[in-house]
Design a protein around this ligand. Structure first.
Ligand SMILES: [Ca+2]
Length: 512
């Protein structure tokens, strides 16, 4: 850790002194701290500022990358398991992407990823909001078992970085996909938004299997794209370009820079890079409206679109680097979102397409996410799959990719056969979600059925997703045997949580 501390000191001090800035496609200029301050420079208006962040990230994170190289021994077995790059947007609905039907927002690089791999139309997040969805992703346990079952707990937890009560961190005994891959010999890195552990808790990424971490620990602080500081491993990482009201260091760009350098630094060994971008979650802030500047949409809609396209551009940068480093054939790349879109500009973009509901709800619009996987010569090219699977499947799937033994008692299973285009019956199992933010809601997917219970003790609603993908017609009354099967499943689907007890008192098993 001594090396890291020295590096951090170096980074912080150099960053305070100098700002390399460059216009997109333009010439490099160096702007000193004093010049940036004296000019009254506004990131959102001055064209120079639109990219200061990107070049800034390249500059400063190259130093970070140097430390990564120094700290991680190289190894290159001949039959290495694939590198895994898991890119996840925040609050992006499936229909925000061109490859899922979006006409207005341009996402050419993600669309390209879909044409080069398989695009899934019935993949679900771990939950309909951020923290529990990420907890499911990390632990392979659904929201009836995983540690973090909501953004804020009913009881317990710690005070969050932005002062909020009830932030529940992952604990030592929680096994994450990063820990499984690290044990299998992978270099593990994460950049973006974590949300599963505050500073000084055992939930931080470095104590949950990640060798290298850069980003927001706390999801509320992630609602600003120009934070005064982020976290680099266990230390705060000041962003002087955002001090004193300045807006010169766009966090998303820094994450892209870190991701690119992590890939470069670990090109010679199996690596797992988790990139939970914060785009397009509000606040809608973007240094450059780009191709949307002159649209007559509401200002927020233009910002939203510009953010999505900016992220797409950065997905393109990652794909380009994978090509350049000749990692294409041995790297599986995923792109997804963490929950359904909140659809803030629903009438303009139709973020969740024809799905019912939105972020925070148990209907398909809250849970269904885009999911694309690309791995040349392994994952079928240009395929569209309607296989139903969800975030709980990621841990066992990645374990199998890595040749590691998956832990027992997970809710998810390996969907590697499905990723590889092989036969696998995924429809006959139960997928489960619950949310306890106020009312206790549950959702189950089984075969083509979707059951939703809004509030403990209420009857299940039932929808036939094949005939009625928009969940418009409750057919529970006409399908008693299906309801009985699902109710039977629900009797043992979950265990109670000390932080999110149902109705405020501990219960187990049953749900009524
Ligand atoms: Ca989210």
């Amino acid at each position: 850790m001594g090396v890291s501390a020295v590096m951090l000191f170096t980074i912080q001090n150099r960053a305070h002194d100098i700002y390399p800035m460059r216009k997109r496609g333009g010439a490099s200029v160096i702007v000193t701290h004093s010049l940036a301050s004296a000019s009254g420079y506004d990131c959102r208006q001055a064209p120079l500022a639109t990219t200061s962040t990107r070049e800034n990230s390249m500059f400063r994170l190259s130093i970070v990358a140097a430390s990564l190289v120094a700290l991680v021994p190289a190894l290159a077995p001949a039959s290495a398991p694939p590198n895994i790059i898991y890119i996840m947007a925040d609050d992006l609905g499936p229909h925000d992407l061109g490859c899922y039907g979006q006409q207005l927002i341009k996402t050419p690089h993600i669309d390209r990823l879909a044409t080069e791999g398989t695009r899934f139309t019935q993949v679900y997040a771990g939950a309909s909001v951020c923290a529990p969805s990420r907890s499911v992703l990390m632990t392979g346990l659904h929201t009836g078992h995983t540690r973090v079952r909501g953004n804020m707990s009913k009881f317990g937890g710690v005070i969050g970085e932005s002062g909020e009560k009830g932030r529940v961190p992952l604990r030592n005994e929680d096994l994450t996909v990063a820990e499984v891959l690290k044990q299998a010999g992978y270099a593990t890195g994460i950049t973006g938004k974590w949300g599963l552990g505050e500073a000084q808790t055992n939930g931080i990424p470095n104590l949950q299997g990640f060798d290298q971490w850069f980003g927001y620990l706390n999801q509320n602080t992630a609602h600003s794209y120009f934070p005064k500081a982020l976290w680099l491993n266990k230390e705060p990482f000041d962003l002087p370009g955002n001090s004193d009201g300045k807006r010169q260091q766009y966090s998303h760009d820094l994450f892209t820079g870190f991701a690119l350098h992590f890939i470069r630094a670990h090109r010679d060994r199996p690596f797992f890079l988790y990139v939970p971008f914060t785009i397009p979650h509000g606040a809608w802030e973007v240094p450059d409206l780009g191709i949307y500047a002159d649209h007559d949409w509401p200002k927020g809609a233009r910002e939203y679109a510009a953010m999505v396209t900016r992220m797409d551009d950065d997905v393109g940068r990652i794909l380009t680097l994978v090509d350049e480093l000749k990692l294409l054939d041995n790297t599986i790349v995923f792109f997804c979102s963490d929950n359904g879109g909140p659809a803030p500009f629903g009438e303009t973009f139709h973020t969740n397409g024809a799905l019912r509901g939105k972020k925070g709800q148990a209907y398909e619009g809250g849970l269904r996410v885009p999911m694309i996987a690309r791995w040349p010569a392994h994952v079928p090219v240009g395929k569209v799959s309607d296989a139903p699977w969800y975030f709980a499947d990621i841990l066992p799937t990645f374990a199998e990719l890595a040749g590691a033994k998956a832990p027992e008692h997970l809710d998810g299973i390996s969907v590697l056969p499905t990723l590889l285009g092989k036969e696998q019956n995924l429809a006959d199992r139960f997928l489960y979600w619950e949310q306890t933010g106020g009312r206790f809601d549950q959702a189950v997917r089984w075969r083509n059925w979707k059951a939703v219970r809004l509030g403990r003790g209420n009857p299940l609603e039932l929808y036939d997703l094949k005939a009625d993908p928009s969940e418009t017609k409750d057919v529970a009354a006409a399908n008693f045997s299906v309801i009985r099967e699902i109710e039977n499943y629900l009797k043992t689907a979950r265990t109670d949580s000390e932080e999110w007890p149902v109705d405020g008192k501990l219960v187990s098993g049953g749900t009524k």
